[in-house]
Design a protein around this ligand. Structure first.
Ligand SMILES: Nc1ncnc2c1ncn2[C@@H]1O[C@H](COP(=O)(O)OP(=O)(O)OP(=O)(O)O)[C@@H](O)[C@H]1O
Ligand SMILES: [Mg+2]
Length: 410
């Protein structure tokens, strides 16, 4: 059916009219009737094909949007399921209409329909949801469940201008609280560590300041003691600053390929006098092993380990062994000293930790040495472990990558 139909129709009428003028038969009427029938038939066919075209277009559009909706709801379900925190949506009637897997795990039993009063919810969670739902306000609370600390949050959901329920999210804050606890303990330990030498210096300074004090020998002893305590304070403050920089990622490592055996020898030189005094031998034979490290920090690692080793070894030897493999090296620092008890062993890398025996207290150590060693090794992408036998000796094993892909500068 083309768009010139009106023209053809007009021609047909004109033909029929002229025909009728010159003949007095009914044929032109039949012709017109016949022509109109054909035209109506074609017109109807055209309409039908247009309707079916629109129908199929509408169907395809509807199928696409239905598919899109299914996809979107699947994506939403995946998103909700994979949110790593327990999550629930409470509707206007107090029903928990959406619950993710993590939330289901908190419930004592599975129920087909859960509402804000359901006893399958842990008591604290139930009270929190109840309070949030009934008050229609945002709410938060710390909840402790099965050894995990959660920060429960409730966010009111609006339906137009009306309250439509609330969204409940429980965030695991165990590590945050543990971090806070550690920080508080660190500050308390650090203050204690600083308080002791300060109190001792203060006491001696007060005595020295007394007008009647004139004992020259005691004066000399006190001054020597004050100088010792000040040195100790200086070391503790430097160690604390180092640890704080390390843990806040503000320490820049100057990673360069260098000979680790030269660094170990330098570290030994710094404590050699103590070895000589005690008559403890030092065994180290390896030659030139080049790995990517910050040599200054590595010097600190080995001088801490060797000074500990000689401090707790009265006879025998201290040995450093290196094993190389394709991409890493293992360095073992072994001594034949007092050893560390099984109960102390898990804690020796903790800041301020000193073993139960008060030997290290006598030595003036602050228990920061191994914490520093560990933070340096971890920053290099390595690992450190310790094994020990009482009265037999101790072995520290350091694993380091040969090529430091983890970082060049931190
Ligand atoms: N080689 C070792 N043999 C026996 N005990 C050790 C050895 N190395 C470390 N320890 C134990 O681990 C504790 C922690 O060591 P760390 O080096 O951190 O502190 P410190 O030596 O007491 O003080 P600092 O190193 O800060 O001066 C020591 O107090 C000691 O009890
Ligand atoms: Mg030490």
């Amino acid at each position: 059916m083309n768009k010139y139909w009106i023209f053809w129709w007009f021609i047909a009428f004109l033909t029929a009219f002229v025909w009728a003028m010159f003949t007095s038969s009914a044929l032109p009427i039949f012709f017109l009737f016949f022509f109109n029938s054909i035209w109506l038939f074609l017109f109807w066919q055209n309409i039908k094909s247009k309707i079916s075209e629109s129908e199929s277009f509408l169907t395809s559009q509807l199928t696409a949007s239905a598919k899109d909706n299914v996809l979107k709801s699947q994506q939403l379900a995946t998103l909700i399921t994979h949110i790593p925190s327990p999550l629930a949506l409470v509707d206007i009637n107090g029903e928990l209409v959406i619950i993710n897997d993590r939330f289901t795990k908190l419930m004592t039993k599975k129920e087909p329909a859960v509402n804000f009063q359901s006893t399958s919810l842990p008591v604290d969670v139930r009270y929190f949801i109840r309070e949030s739902y009934l008050n229609e306000l945002s709410n938060y609370k710390t909840i402790h469940l099965d050894g995990i600390d959660y920060q429960a949050l409730s966010i009111p959901v609006k339906n137009g201008n009306r309250y439509g329920g609330c969204l409940i999210i429980l965030q695991d804050i165990t590590r945050v609280l543990e971090g806070e606890r550690q920080q508080k303990r660190f500050i308390a330990d650090a203050s204690h560590e600083l308080k002791t030498p300060i109190a001792s210096i203060k006491g001696m300074a007060e005595i020295l300041n007394r007008p009647e004090f004139d004992d020259i020998q005691t004066q000399k002893d006190f001054l020597r003691q004050i100088s010792k305590e000040v040195n100790r304070l200086e070391t503790v403050v430097a160690d604390l600053l180092f640890i704080s920089k390390m843990s806040s990622n503000k320490m820049y490592l100057d990673i360069v390929k260098n000979d680790i055996t030269a660094v170990i020898r330098q570290a030994y030189d710094s404590v050699k006098s103590q070895f000589d005094r005690k008559g403890v031998s030092f065994k180290f034979l390896k030659q030139d092993i080049f790995i990517e490290t910050d040599s200054k920090q590595m010097y600190q690692v080995f001088s801490n380990l060797l000074s500990n080793a000689i401090q707790y070894t009265d006879s025998g030897f201290v040995e450093v062994n290196i094993k190389e493999s394709e991409d890493k090296i293992n360095i073992m620092v072994t001594d034949t000293g007092t050893g560390i008890s099984e109960s102390d062993l898990p804690f020796v890398f903790e800041r301020f930790y000193r073993s139960a025996s008060d030997r290290s207290r006598e030595s003036g150590g602050s228990g920061l040495g191994l914490a520093i060693v560990k933070s340096i090794i971890l920053a290099h992408g390595g690992q450190i472990t310790v094994s020990s036998q009482m009265q037999q000796g101790t072995a520290f094993t350091i694993e380091l990558p040969i090529i430091n892909t983890k970082l060049t500068i931190r």
